[in-house]
Design a protein around this ligand. Structure first.
Ligand code: FUB
Ligand code: ZN
Length: 666
């Protein structure tokens, strides 16, 4: 296993630093109500519950639940999760950048959370304070296990980073409380939470503690989902009969058309063959299916994970690794329905897709999972934040026109400026925990085959425990800007270890050297290059992947992209912005591949590989203010040099149009 990793990549360190210096302190102030929340006038399009004040109430809610403060609990029913995600991001931040002040704050928060936990292990400020008789009875909307899952994940990370015992005790007591209430036994609840998250968290707790009961419970919660497709409906009807109110302001307690698909609960997971309903829920479920299959060896879980994977990646994913085509229910829609402008593409959903891909890689060493992981990570996940760490996207479009977003209610969820914060603040801390833990995605190991797999390239120094032996590797590279990667084995057991390097699908040409000599003695299997002989202490392995500029097209079944092309280089998707290219970006045409060239520009957008295309712009010879339509007439063009930037860096200069899919040469 990977024991420690020090990420030295400038690319990742730059992003980690802004999260450490901007986002974590900002959110600390928000959750403690040390500052008024600066929420841009936004509509995230899905969750209609509005923050009714500029207070977050997050930490105050725990104090009220603990009886340490008087007052009214505030915020959303799942407001507790903001504290938990902050704690998890802080945990990974402490791993990367030890900081006694931050640790002190986090320790205090752990104590406050512990004080709010009930003696039987139950932990949720809404139900403890407001409706103690309603615990676990409104799981379609309550987010109780969702919040519990976020706490448990945070606890695992915080315990690993700091050794804080209290956090783990609270997590185990909470997991045990859930175990006492959910399960196949008579008298227990035979269902799960409307929003998946607990399943993955229990698996992570199992990995840490080796307590079988957590694996068993995670498996139960995965398998019970959808067994009774009316489980949530029955709870809703019961709430209505008892005259209870909706737990989410603005959402009806009982929708006219109850939709079990929204919760992935219309049928059991092993019968699911399509990604349906709320996208974040789907990928959290999928992550747990994949990790659960890897940990338990269960074939049914494995098959379910594959089914979901094939549908999402084969038919419902954007070029940028965004998922979720509609704002209605923040959801998947239909195969190949991938509109670029009215997209949802929630940042959390791509964080979840990254988790899913990473766990699939653990289940089956196939490089294709690494390709999707990179696609989601380098494009949508990173596009979710400003370069200065002060703004965030919830929705991640591939095409925008600010005026339409402001005036068309169907596009109002698509912001064209990143917001400082959101009433529903799920995305920024999700992104923070992902970026801060990026080192965990660099390698995986197999003790059985004595192999280290390099999955995600980044400069780092990593220590492993492999088959009981210590291995230390230093990796040097400027990836993702080029793909010359050097691994120096600094320590290894005498017999050495097997080394496997992921060859991304975009790398058509590659070569590998061992101690300065080109090697041809390797095999390629499922997207990994396996060196023929074990490597040992002192060995230097150099991998070169060609990273050309590529022009890509979409499957013609995706009507939104039909006839269009996009530009990629390595894992990065490129886009054009109005500030570089003028307005009416739909009139631009790329030239041929040979007309594209690029260079690394340190002074542009904090250092990017920028691409220039010798292209064309259609001349608009429609008389202004006259007609919209006419008989088709041969078009005229003028030459235009087109500037393309990596998608993740868009919207860091002036507000304006942006698009990813472009016209090819006419
Ligand atoms: O419901 C909790 C979180 O809020 C979801 O994961 C997001 O999609 C947002 O709706
Ligand atoms: Zn989110």
């Amino acid at each position: 296993m990977l024991k420690n990793i020090e990420v030295n990549s400038k690319f990742w360190n730059d992003r980690q630093r802004v999260i450490k210096d901007q986002m974590i302190p900002y959110q600390w102030e928000v959750i403690n109500d040390l500052k008024k929340i600066d929420i841009a006038v936004t509509n995230t399009g899905g969750d209609t519950s509005a923050q009714d004040s500029d207070k977050s109430y997050v930490v105050e809610n725990f104090l009220i639940a603990a009886g340490k403060k008087q007052g009214k609990r505030g915020g959303m029913v799942f407001q507790d999760s903001d504290a938990y995600k902050w704690l998890e991001a802080a945990a990974y931040s402490l791993e990367c950048f030890p900081d006694s002040d931050l640790q002190k704050k986090a320790d205090e928060l752990v104590q406050i959370i512990a004080d709010a936990q009930e003696s039987d292990g139950y932990l949720n400020t809404y139900f403890t304070v407001n409706e103690p008789d309603r615990k676990y009875q409104s799981l379609y909307m309550s987010h109780e296990l969702y919040c519990a899952g976020h706490f448990i994940e945070a606890a695992v990370a915080y315990f690993k980073a700091t050794g804080n015992k209290l956090v783990l005790e609270v997590a185990q007591k909470l997991a045990d409380n859930i175990d006492n209430h959910f399960g196949p036994e008579e008298g227990k609840i035979h269902g799960s939470d409307g929003h998946e998250e607990i399943e993955l968290a229990l698996l992570r707790l199992y990995e840490l503690t080796s307590q079988e009961r957590y694996l068993k419970l995670a498996k139960y919660l995965l398998e019970i989902r959808g067994q009774d497709s009316e489980f949530f409906l029955k709870q809703q009807k019961n709430d209505v009969a008892l005259g209870r109110k909706s737990l989410i302001q603005g959402l009806e307690i009982l929708h006219k058309d109850f939709n079990a698909q929204y919760f992935q609960a219309d049928r059991p997971v092993d019968e699911q063959v399509e990604a349906k309903g709320h996208a974040v829920r789907v990928v959290y479920l999928c992550s747990a299916l994949a990790l659960g299959a890897a940990l338990s060896g269960c074939d049914k879980l494995k098959q379910s994970a594959y089914n979901y994977w094939n549908n999402i990646v084969g038919r419902r994913m954007y070029l940028t690794g965004a998922i979720g085509s509609t704002c209605h229910g923040e959801a998947f829609s239909a195969d190949y329905d991938l509109p670029n402008d009215s997209i949802y593409g929630e940042t959390c959903a791509s964080v979840g897709l990254t988790f899913f891909a990473n766990y699939m890689l653990r289940l089956n060493k196939d490089g294709v999972y690494g390709d999707v992981m990179e696609r989601a990570l380098y494009n949508t996940v990173l596009g979710g934040m400003n370069l200065d760490g002060k703004g965030y996207f919830y929705v991640n479009p591939l095409e925008v026109r600010p005026e339409y977003s402001k005036k068309n209610p169907g596009l109002i969820h698509v912001l064209t400026r990143r917001a400082h914060w959101f009433a529903c603040a799920c995305c920024p801390p999700n992104l923070a925990r992902m970026v801060m833990s990026i080192g965990h995605y660099a390698y995986q190991c197999s003790d059985e085959t004595n192999t280290i797999f390099a999955d995600l390239y980044m400069a780092n120094k990593a220590e492993f425990e492999l088959s009981g032996n210590k291995v230390v590797i230093e990796e040097q590279t400027s990836y993702p800007w080029d793909a010359d990667i050097t691994f120096k084995v600094q320590e290894a057991p005498e017999q050495g270890f097997n080394f496997a390097l992921r060859i991304p699908q975009w790398a058509q040409n590659y070569q590998v050297e061992l101690n300065g000599t080109l090697v041809s003695d390797f095999k390629i299997e499922q997207g990994f290059l396996y060196l023929a002989s074990p490597v040992g202490s002192g060995d230097v392995i150099k991998l070169h992947l060609d990273m050309p500029i590529d022009v890509v097209e979409a499957n013609p079944l995706i009507s939104a992209d039909y006839g269009k092309v996009a530009v990629m280089r390595g894992p990065m998707v490129y886009c054009v912005e109005q500030c570089d290219n003028g307005a009416q970006l739909q009139c631009l045409h790329l030239g041929e591949l040979k007309d594209l060239s690029g260079s690394f520009e340190q002074d542009v957008l904090e250092g990017i590989y920028q691409i220039k295309a010798q292209g064309l712009r259609r001349i608009n010879d429609f008389a202004l203010d006259s007609s919209l339509y006419r008989k088709a007439t041969p078009a005229h063009y003028e030459a235009q040099e087109i500037t393309l930037i990596p998608y993740y860096a868009w919207c860091n200069r002036e507000e304006g149009e942006m698009r990813v899919w472009l016209n090819p040469k006419p």
